[in-house]
Design a protein around this ligand. Structure first.
Ligand code: FMN
Length: 170
C-alpha cells in the first residue's frame, strides 16, 4: 500500500549553509539556507531558493550579490538562530557573535567562523512559489586548508519543525 507523504521527506539529507548578504560597511545579514544545489561547472553556477519576503532577499535583490558560507557542526545553534530569526528584527551578526570579515571580491561580508566561502553574483532570478530561485555565478571559492569535508558538516535530516520552510510572515 502506498500512502500520501510530504514530498520534502525524500529530499533529506540536505546540507545547511549560512548565506550572507548586504554590505559589510552598511547593513548586512545572515540567513540559514538548505535549498541549494550546483547547476553547472562551466560557468560555475549554483542555485538557492530563498523566501520572497525574507530580509535577506530584500538585500540581495538590490545588490545582486550573496555569499554561501559553509558552517561546521559546532555552529549548529547559530545556524538555527539565523534560520529562526529575521534581519528585519535583529542584527544576527551581533546576536550570534559570528564575525563579519571582508570578502575577496564582493562588498558582502564572509563569516570568519565558517570553513569555506563561495562568492556569488546573481545571474538570474526565478519566482518559484513562496521562494525566489537565485542563480548565482561563483566568482570566488575558498576554504580553510585543513578542512575535512565529510567529518564535521551540519546536515538537515528532516527532524526539525516544518515551519522553517515557510516564510516567517505567514
Ligand atoms: C536549517 C535551516 C535551513 C533553512 N533553509 C531555508 C531555505 O533553504 N530556504 C528558505 O527560504 N528558508 C530556509 N530557512 C528559513 C530561513 O532561514 C528563515 O526564515 C530566516 O529567518 C529568514 O531570515 P531573514 O528574514 O533575515 O532573511 C531555513 C531555516 C533553517 C533553520
Amino acid at each position: 500500500m502506498k500512502i500520501d507523504v510530504e514530498y520534502l521527506e525524500f529530499m533529506w539529507p540536505m546540507r545547511h549553509f549560512l548565506i550572507t548578504c548586504g554590505d559589510i560597511k552598511e547593513k548586512s545579514n545572515i540567513v540559514a539556507i538548505s535549498f541549494c544545489m550546483p547547476l553547472s561547472k562551466e560557468p560555475p553556477l549554483i542555485a538557492c531558493a530563498i523566501g520572497r519576503e525574507f530580509y535577506s532577499y530584500n538585500l540581495i535583490k538590490n545588490t545582486k550579490e550573496f555569499i554561501i558560507n559553509v558552517p561546521q557542526k559546532e555552529l549548529k545553534s547559530k545556524i538555527y538562530y539565523c534560520g529562526f530569526h529575521s534581519g528585519y528584527q535583529v542584527d544576527k551578526f551581533k546576536k550570534t557573535g559570528l564575525t563579519p570579515q571582508p570578502a575577496r571580491k564582493l562588498k558582502v561580508p564572509i563569516i570568519k567562523e565558517c570553513v569555506a566561502h563561495m562568492e556569488c553574483t546573481v545571474k538570474q532570478e526565478l519566482v518559484t512559489g513562496d521562494k525566489v530561485l537565485l542563480i548565482g555565478e561563483v566568482i570566488e571559492a575558498y576554504a580553510d586548508k585543513t578542512l575535512i569535508m565529510e567529518q564535521d558538516m551540519e546536515y538537515a535530516m528532516g527532524d526539525f519543525p516544518k515551519k522553517i520552510y515557510t516564510t516567517r510572515f505567514d
